[in-house]
Design a protein around this ligand. Structure first.
Ligand SMILES: Nc1ncnc2c1ncn2[C@@H]1O[C@H](COP(=O)(O)OP(=O)(O)OP(=O)(O)O)[C@@H](O)[C@H]1O
Length: 300
């Protein structure tokens, strides 16, 4: 794997307000990366610095071997801001071709890129439509197509699924997963559950500080199962802790149980037995997944 982004000792001030404090991390090519954190944590500030829209007060940022904002990164890094909108007056073809031209492509190349990127997001048929003829989710996919023009290596999506219904949000997640072979996506979101399904690397910002930089699906998640129930079951913990395969059970969230397995017990050896216990007691469960949820990893 090759290094895409290296950030070290990054600080940013807006007047007296320090939005980023000594932020350091690295991103390798490959899996999508999640940037999460509460409101005001500094996510947009960090995005803006990586994109070169904002110059950091101090610290070092290297992207594909260049400084953030360097002309050498033109076409290599693309970003979709949270509030990006399509122009209602022009067709999708017109707008995508325009972005190709802005990147220095010829009229023919720009048209080809518009077609290619629309095809990548599964919207070839929208080429001659105006934005108003498309659903919210389709417009989001067009905006993502726009970021793919010129085949960038890194694409940053700020709140890519905000405001979308679950079906459209799933389409966007699937799209990112499908394209991740060739492009490294950096996704910012408040929705931990969404990023958990997509990303192995998680950058967690809080009050301008990078608290976590960890890889999901690591050894830390082995030896755990997360059981979500339809209703709270007061006796569930006692029943499960009585099983030889289970070492302890906690309830980090309402109706969600984190099951720590006994040493050397594998998830697939315990999961059926746990579901049998639910069945015998007529407890309705919603899901049983291997490992800890992202939320439990970040906030335990
Ligand atoms: N232009 C600005 N002038 C002054 N302060 C700013 C400016 N932009 C951001 N800030 C402050 O910097 C901090 C980080 O803001 P930022 O927008 O980066 O957070 P965020 O994590 O993106 O938040 P959200 O999830 O709400 O979008 C906040 O305290 C914010 O008030």
């Amino acid at each position: 794997m090759s290094q895409l982004i290296t950030v070290s000792g990054l600080n940013h001030f807006f007047g007296a307000k320090q939005a980023l404090k000594e932020v350091s991390f690295e991103i390798q090519a490959g899996q999508p990366v999640a940037l999460v954190g509460p409101n005001g944590a500094g996510k947009t500030t960090l995005f803006s610095i990586l994109c070169g829209y904002l110059q950091a007060s101090s610290g070092h940022v290297e992207i594909l071997g260049h400084q953030a904002g360097s002309a050498a990164l033109f076409g290599q890094l693309a970003a979709l801001p949270q509030d990006a909108v399509l122009d209602p007056r022009f067709s999708i073809a017109h707008q995508l071709t325009f972005y190709g031209r802005l990147q220095g492509l010829s009229a023919k190349q720009s048209k080809d890129e518009a077609l290619r990127t629309l095809e990548l997001v599964g919207l070839s048929e929208a080429l001659n439509e105006k934005p108003a003829a498309l659903s919210h989710g389709m417009r989001k996919r067009v905006s993502i197509a726009q970021t793919l023009i010129g085949s960038p290596k890194i694409v940053m999506l700020d709140e890519a699924t905000a405001g979308l219904d679950p079906l459209h949000a799933r389409e966007i997640r699937q799209l990112v997963a499908d394209l991740s072979q060739d492009i490294t996506f950096i996704l910012s979101s408040h929705d931990l559950t969404e990023l958990e399904r997509l990303c192995q690397q998680v950058l967690y910002l809080e009050l301008g500080q990078m608290h976590q930089h960890q890889t999901l699906a690591s050894d830390a998640t082995q030896g755990f199962l997360t059981l979500s129930m339809s209703q709270k079951q007061p006796e569930l913990i006692t029943h499960l802790e009585a099983m030889a395969e289970v070492s302890s059970v906690t309830m980090p969230q309402d109706r969600e149980y984190l099951i720590s397995l006994a040493p050397n017990v594998l998830c697939h050896e315990a999961d059926i037995k746990i579901l049998q216990v639910c069945h015998q007691n007529q407890w309705r469960y919603r899901s049983l997944v291997n490992g800890k949820t992202l939320e439990n990893q970040l906030f335990e």
